[in-house]
Design a protein around this ligand. Structure first.
Ligand code: AMP
Length: 430
């Protein structure tokens, strides 16, 4: 009896995770080139940390009662018994690396950038993924407000240079622990009187984390927040001066900002300056960049009291905007196509293609095809301007036909002269 044929079913990608297809690679490449070049001009150095870390790093660093850790972190136990997490954000790993590699003894501040994937089990929607890329900046070891401004300026300039021209920095200061105690008391008093008007989540947060309530996106909460006490009125003298300097420096370098007294950001470690960068006039207020100061974070993992400040650019969010605004990126086309006819020519073509690539010439062939017409049609579809044609006769005579597809001219060239000839040709075409 014939064996029953098994049904083949595609195993799809996971929800919220996506492939980056060849036609989109240009956007990512352009982003990375610009971001790395600018970061290097500001004297930031690249760091790569592992995708997997001990879960404890984020529980202690990001904060046990943040949404990222409570609801969104991918965690599992390894066969060796370690409790690990797919990194949901980049700051705690960079701080860990700073301490673990003795960067305390480097010239301070240490200025680092990273680029890579991050994972959060959020409900997927436009611009919100479960795997996404961030380009992050971290400056560790300097408390001066000029550092906050450098981080903001570099983030702003990267996104702007990539192609989103009208940006605005939403900025606030959430002060320090000293400022919080008086503010929290008044905020809780205000909120308790209006509990009925708050969403379920926020009602629970009034006591545990009232500051985070200011971040709630629910409309009814937003309405109440608009008349709530503002942290900025409760800043201690030091925090007040720090923030005043940040704003003055931003004005000095002409970075446009909007003072947003209710911006708090969702992570525990932030203090003083917090900011987001959005596109001006964006009704949805899509956050392209988020960041702030984290002066207490190093102290959670060591006895050292070392300040820090950083930001993270949501790469997909920036690129989605570019695509929706139809900012095109060029896909790099091959410069040469080699068509061959016959077994002998096919074999020789392999060597010629290798030599072209060794000479840094981007070359393509279709060695699986034997018909000249179909090969020329591929070259045409790829938009290649120079086609080489090699037949049995040419191989025996050690020559190759070089055809300029634009002008319709062709030349018979000795194979040993091919590369210099092609290089000249390419120069002429530019
Ligand atoms: P955060 O680490 O939450 O401060 O986020 C920094 C930036 O990363 C945000 O401004 C977003 O642009 C981006 N981002 C955060 N979460 C996601 C997500 N789930 N999907 C895509 N981008 C994200």
């Amino acid at each position: 009896m014939p064996q029953k044929q098994r049904k083949r079913v595609l195993v799809p990608s996971l929800s919220g995770m996506h492939d980056i297809l060849p036609q989109d690679q240009g956007y990512y490449r352009k982003f990375q080139e610009i971001a790395e070049k600018l970061s290097s001009l500001y004297n930031f150095q690249r760091i790569d940390t592992p995708v997997l870390e001990r879960a404890e790093l984020f529980i202690k660093g990001t904060g046990a009662i943040t949404d990222i850790v409570q609801k969104e972190m991918y965690t599992f136990r390894t066969k060796g018994g370690d409790w690990v997490a797919l990194r949901p954000e980049g700051t705690p790993p960079v701080v860990r690396a700073y301490l673990e590699h003795g960067m305390i003894s480097w010239i301070q501040p240490v200025k680092l950038y990273y680029f890579g994937p991050f994972f959060r089990h959020e409900s997927p929607q436009a611009g919100r993924y479960r795997e996404f890329r961030q380009f992050g900046l971290e400056v560790i070891g300097e408390k001066d407000p000029s550092v906050d401004v450098e981080v903001i300026a570099l983030s702003y300039n990267i996104v702007s240079k990539v192609g989103i021209k009208k940006l605005i920095v939403e900025i606030n200061s959430i002060g320090c622990k000293k400022c919080h105690s008086r503010f929290k008391k008044n905020l809780v008093r205000y909120l308790e009187k209006r509990q009925i008007g708050l969403c379920q989540n926020c009602r629970q947060r009034i006591k545990s984390n009232p500051l985070r309530l200011l971040d709630c996106k629910e409309e009814k909460c937003q309405l109440l927040i608009q008349t709530a006490p503002q942290i900025i009125d409760y800043l201690c003298q030091e925090c007040h001066n720090h923030f005043k300097n940040v704003l003055e420096y931003l004005e000095e370098i002409r970075i446009p900002y909007n003072l947003n007294p209710y911006l708090v950001r969702g992570l525990d470690y932030y203090n003083r300056t917090v900011f987001e960068i959005i596109e001006e006039g964006d009704k949805k207020k899509t956050t392209l960049v988020g960041g702030g100061r984290y002066d207490g974070l190093v102290k959670i993992f060591s006895r050292r009291d070392i300040p820090g400040c950083g930001s993270a650019i949501g790469v997909e969010r920036v690129l989605n905007k570019l695509k929706s605004e139809e900012v095109k990126t060029e896909q790099e086309k091959p410069q040469i196509f080699l068509a061959q006819i016959g077994e002998l020519a096919k074999k020789k073509s392999l060597k010629i293609l290798e030599d072209l690539r060794k000479a840094n010439i981007k070359a393509e062939g279709a060695l699986g095809k034997s018909n000249l017409k179909s090969q020329l049609s591929i070259a045409d579809k790829l938009g290649i301007k120079i086609v080489l044609i090699l037949g049995q006769k040419e191989v025996i005579e050690n020559r190759i036909l070089v055809r300029d597809m634009k002008r319709g001219q062709q030349d018979l060239v000795r194979i040993e002269n091919l590369i210099p000839k092609i290089k000249k040709f390419i120069k002429k075409l530019k």
